[in-house]
Design a protein around this ligand. Structure first.
Ligand code: AMP
Length: 283
């Protein structure tokens, strides 16, 4: 494992690797690594000789100061986890904010189109501009052949594909499946902020998604949405922010599903003040 905190040192290292025609994979993260992140790295290693893992809590994608402040930061443990699991081929890039942004920490604006207007775009003002800003900067430093993103943040995955289209950066964006805890809860760095009891209760999010999947094609989308919203209203811990069933490509809602289209269900919910998101393919 190699650790870099500066862009120049990382670039120098990678340019030597590129001269020997090694395929460079990239897994951007905000750290507090868990099995979900490790599954992305493992998958990246199946096709890339060098895998760069960035660990950077990106301030511009947080619309809530308290959320940014309480976001877990565990670099020493992240390094340990990677060293324990991977014997070769991993490069960690852990810059500070100044190294990425310079003196002024600001977002650029991107025209991601309508995919950015729903769900996370609607409830987290400026979030996707922040994500686009940091990922573009990181892509320009790493210049990966392939970049791996989890379907856990499904809307973000669509946004990154759009970013690559807009910027014409030559990187292949690959979506990876959601890694879950034993009770079904999608793994997330934020889960470490939950008590054991609240984690157990939060499995209700995945159960609701499964229920939506089981009823898709049987009940109307409206009825499925109504039932799930009602179930959350009665839940002792979770406060639903949104439940949506949408076209998997456009994220638009619809009244009648078509055989040839793919659909997904999406949830954002709070367990006390911890915000959790998850989604599922319906067909
Ligand atoms: P984060 O550190 O939360 O920004 O996540 C970094 C990357 O890991 C993103 O592409 C996420 O979608 C992905 N990721 C996070 N949690 C999971 C999970 N449970 N399963 C699969 N991918 C994940």
């Amino acid at each position: 494992m190699q650790l870099f905190k500066e862009k120049k040192a990382l670039r120098d290292f990678l340019s030597a690797e590129k001269t020997s025609h090694k395929t460079i994979g990239f897994v951007p993260t905000m750290g507090a690594l868990h099995e979900g992140h490790l599954s992305l790295i493992e998958f990246a290693q199946t096709t890339c000789e060098v895998v760069v893992v960035s660990i950077f809590v990106n301030p511009t994608q947080f619309n809530n100061k308290e959320d940014l402040e309480k976001y877990p930061r565990t670099l020493d443990n992240d390094i340990k986890l990677i060293e324990e699991k991977f014997s070769r081929g991993i490069v960690i890039f852990a810059p500070n904010a100044q190294e990425i942004y310079g003196k002024e920490i600001l977002s650029s604006h991107f025209d991601f189109g309508s995919v950015a207007t729903f769900m996370e775009g609607k409830y987290r003002d400026g979030h996707f501009d922040g994500v686009g800003t940091v990922v573009k900067k990181l892509f320009e430093v790493v210049e990966p052949d392939k970049a791996f993103f989890g379907e856990k943040d499904y809307q973000q995955l669509l946004i990154i594909k759009k970013l690559v289209e807009l910027t014409k950066l030559p990187v292949d964006v690959i979506g990876c499946k959601i890694n879950r805890e034993e009770n079904g809860l999608a793994r997330s760095s934020r889960n470490s902020l939950l008590s054991i009891e609240d984690k157990a209760e939060s499995a209700f999010i995945y159960k609701s998604l499964q229920e939506a999947k089981n009823n898709f094609g049987i009940k109307s989308v409206k009825d499925i949405e109504k039932d799930i919203k009602f179930a959350f209203e009665k839940h002792p811990l979770l406060r639903l922010e949104y439940f949506e069933i949408a076209n998997a490509q456009t994220l638009e809602s619809f009244s009648e599903s078509k055989q040839e289209e793919k659909y997904r269900a999406f949830i954002a919910a709070y367990a006390k003040n911890v915000r959790l998101i998850d989604n599922i393919a319906l067909n």
